[in-house]
Design a protein around this ligand. Structure first.
Ligand code: GLA
Length: 389
């Protein structure tokens, strides 16, 4: 049993008492290698699960209450009746657990009362999908408690509905799918239109994935995410007015966007340009990764970052700094911001024997520049969520 799992079980017993059958779930975080802000446009994404987790330790209760605590948020808890009305309310993390329960009930899945403790080795709110890991860990705990099983894609959809309806984030399907369905040693090329997956091997002898957390989360971010979604929807209506078969930006080519320059307002034009070119970059990067052409993948990551910075406008000074510093370090193929943006993390692809040097370099450079201790680590591609015991 890993140290973190052992710690999670001990903490469960401290809070909820000994006895009964404990079940343990492990839900990983994710990092997206390329394909950013494309999931809610029915595009392509290339995430992988990372070796940082949310553990869920659970035990059924004799009543129909769901009680959830998290070691990351001491003093706060979910305590709801599963046969009553489930409402979203602060603190925000509790809405993820409540939302999953509510969406499962809505889908007709019978649930039983449960005590659940969430315990993280995954940084909270750092753009590595700690919220999707909470969603999936809660979902799998509820399923295990009731003796139910569910296909990972259906679980991801239920978790997405929970995030949209209870946490009020108009997110796409990438994070929940990556957490629920990743495969060890692989990145996942996910087509967010039909949810088909193609797994691309990542050889840990050739590639190490370095993640650096800026430790900042700029205000504005939640509203700005929704504003990007709105811009994309507006762009879809623009192209749809000219071609009724257009359902999403996935159906629009880079050439069509280019041709709309000057007709479409500049902001919408740049947002659409990012999305359609990013889908192409993601497709190409997955193919090149499969062919082990890491230098070429790196070039696409760089282009992705520039597009997010200049056209989609979701980067910030801290992310740009870490990306530039990564590129200056020896043994780095490419680097870019990852996740929603406005803070959170960057991802860099490095030669394994150089990874430690890159990590040290980023820590020092960031501390010197911003006076902040960044969390920087490297990871292999981990497996998706499942039972941990
Ligand atoms: C957040 C959302 C995802 C996705 C990314 C940007 O992580 O939850 O659905 O849109 O931002 O790629």
């Amino acid at each position: 049993m890993s140290d973190a799992l052992f710690e999670a079980k001990s903490k469960f017993i401290e809070r909820f008492g000994d006895g009964g059958r404990l079940r343990a779930i492990r839900a990983p975080g994710r990092v997206n290698l390329i394909g950013e802000h494309t999931d809610y446009n029915c595009g392509l994404v290339l995430p992988m699960a990372i070796e940082r987790y949310v553990f869920g330790i659970c035990r059924t209760r004799s009543d129909s209450r769901l009680v959830v605590e998290s070691t990351a948020f001491p003093g706060e808890r979910v305590d709801i009746e599963l046969d009553g009305r489930i409402e979203s309310r602060a603190p925000q993390w509790t809405n993820y657990s409540k939302g999953v329960a509510a969406e499962m009930l809505k889908a007709g899945i019978p649930l039983v009362g449960m005590d659940l403790l969430l315990h993280n080795t995954l940084p909270v709110g750092g753009g590595l999908s700690s919220s999707a890991a909470i969603l999936v860990a809660t979902g799998l705990s509820l399923l295990a408690g009731g003796g139910n099983r569910m296909d990972a894609d259906r679980l991801a959809l239920i978790c997405q509905q929970a995030e949209r309806n209870y946490a009020n984030v108009p997110c796409g399907i990438m994070d929940q799918t990556a957490v629920a369905s990743s495969r060890a040693g692989h990145a996942m090329l996910l087509d967010c239109r039909d949810h088909s997956k193609h797994f691309v091997p990542i050889d840990s002898k050739e590639l190490r994935v370095v993640i650096a957390n800026t430790m900042v989360h700029h205000e504005l971010s939640d509203g700005a995410y929704a504003a990007r979604v709105d811009s994309c929807n507006y762009a879809v209506s623009f192209f749809q007015a000219r071609d009724q078969s257009v359902r999403s930006l996935r159906d629009v080519s880079p050439e069509q966007v280019q041709a709309a320059k000057g007709t479409l307002d500049d902001t919408t034009y740049r947002r659409a340009k990012h999305v359609v070119t990013e889908i192409e970059r993601c497709r190409a990067a997955a193919e090149l990764l499969g062919k082990r052409r890491y230098e070429d993948v790196g070039v696409l990551m760089q282009q992705s970052h520039d597009s997010l910075r200049l056209d989609y406008e979701v980067s910030c000074a801290e992310l740009d700094f870490l990306v530039n510093e990564s590129l200056e370090a020896k043994g780095v193929y490419g680097a870019r911001m990852t996740g929603g943006g406005f803070g959170g993390c960057i991802v860099a692809l490095a030669q394994p024997r150089m990874a430690e040097g890159v990590i040290e370099h980023l820590r020092h450079a960031y501390k010197r520049k911003f006076g902040i201790d960044a969390t920087v680590f490297s990871t292999a591609a981990a497996a998706g969520a499942g039972l941990a015991d």
